[in-house]
Design a protein around this ligand. Structure first.
Ligand SMILES: [Zn+2]
Length: 306
């Protein structure tokens, strides 16, 4: 299985257009030890022919241009067969609407997430311009499904949805009820079943399902959004804490870093890192503490073979 990190930042990317936090100011000034990042997404392939995106960020156009394996191989067409969408947050799915140039796509997500994207949303009609423009595949919890191309060919990869503590997307608050399938992580099994990739970009906290899922992985991308629970309020940027935004902060005795440190059977890479997070500064104590725990900090363009 080939994996490329297309983007490693949380919503808003790094730097974020309307953010003048210390990290964003310093990365704009090209300070050493800070690297710009686009919004979180992976590209995966089991055969080197067909690629699937794990989430489709609003940065997808530039992410494709930065990834030679995703470039067209004919006058019209794309190696991108489709995408798996793990929640309805716009940084996770808005890019699907940017892939609107009449290319058939297979989209895999839960029924609850699909409904939130499509119902009441006239924009999504741009992906329904002809029969089978988008082929939706419903993921049910813990039920592995083949990742099929839009033509129904088996890519060899298997995807399994894992319900993960989370929340409804901001724009559906008060419209859609909280539901265990509003936020998922995924396990992707290689064609020979020897490798299992975990993708958990939004995790509100620990759970038994998460514990059992990560135990199966050989490599796992995990929510690295915030370092501290009060990260945004402390910077005067927002009133809500990390936990109130359904992101498990890394630091602290009950933080995700200590939990991840105990999962040494699997390669662990942080992704969906918010621009305020001190781990983005290579000279910071937080950055060094993550590395000392045996955990990697995702960067755009990182390539893995599992
Ligand atoms: Zn910022």
């Amino acid at each position: 299985m080939r994996v490329r990190v297309l983007g490693s930042a949380a919503g808003g990317a790094f730097p974020q257009w309307n953010c003048g936090c210390p990290n964003c100011r310093r990365v704009r000034a090209k300070a050493s030890g800070l690297t710009p990042r686009s919004q979180a997404s992976l590209a995966v392939s089991g055969d080197g022919e067909h690629y699937f995106l794990l989430n489709v960020s609003p940065d997808i156009r530039s992410q494709i241009e930065a990834a030679p394996e995703l470039h067209p191989r004919h006058a019209r067409g794309s190696p991108i067969s489709g995408a798996v969408i793990t929640n309805g947050d716009l940084d996770a799915c808005l890019g699907a609407l940017c892939l609107r140039e009449s290319e058939p796509l297979a989209l895999f997500t839960t029924e609850v997430i699909r409904r939130g994207l499509v119902e009441g949303n006239t924009f999504f009609r741009t992906l329904a311009r002809f029969d089978d423009h988008v082929r939706w595949h419903t993921l049910k919890p813990h039920a592995p499904e083949p990742l099929l191309t839009p033509a129904g060919e088996d890519s060899g990869l298997r995807v399994e949805a894992i319900p993960i503590p989370g929340k409804v997307p901001l724009h559906l608050a008060g419209i859609e009820a909280e539901h265990p399938q509003q936020n998922i992580g995924v396990l992707l099994r290689s064609p020979d079943s020897q490798s299992v990739l975990g993708f958990f970009p939004s995790v509100a906290g620990p759970s038994g399902e998460l514990e059992r899922a990560i135990a199966q992985t050989t490599c796992c991308f995990f929510d690295g959004t915030f370092w501290t629970d009060d990260e945004l309020p402390a910077l005067g940027l927002a009133t809500r804490s990390a936990r109130e935004m359904a992101h498990w902060p890394l630091s602290g005795l009950d933080g995700s870093l200590a939990w991840l440190a105990s999962k040494s059977h699997t390669r662990r890479v942080l992704i969906h890192i918010n621009n305020t997070n001190p781990i983005l500064d290579e000279a910071s104590d937080a950055h060094q503490r993550v590395l000392a725990a045996g955990i990697e900090i995702g960067t755009d363009g990182l390539e893995l073979t599992l």
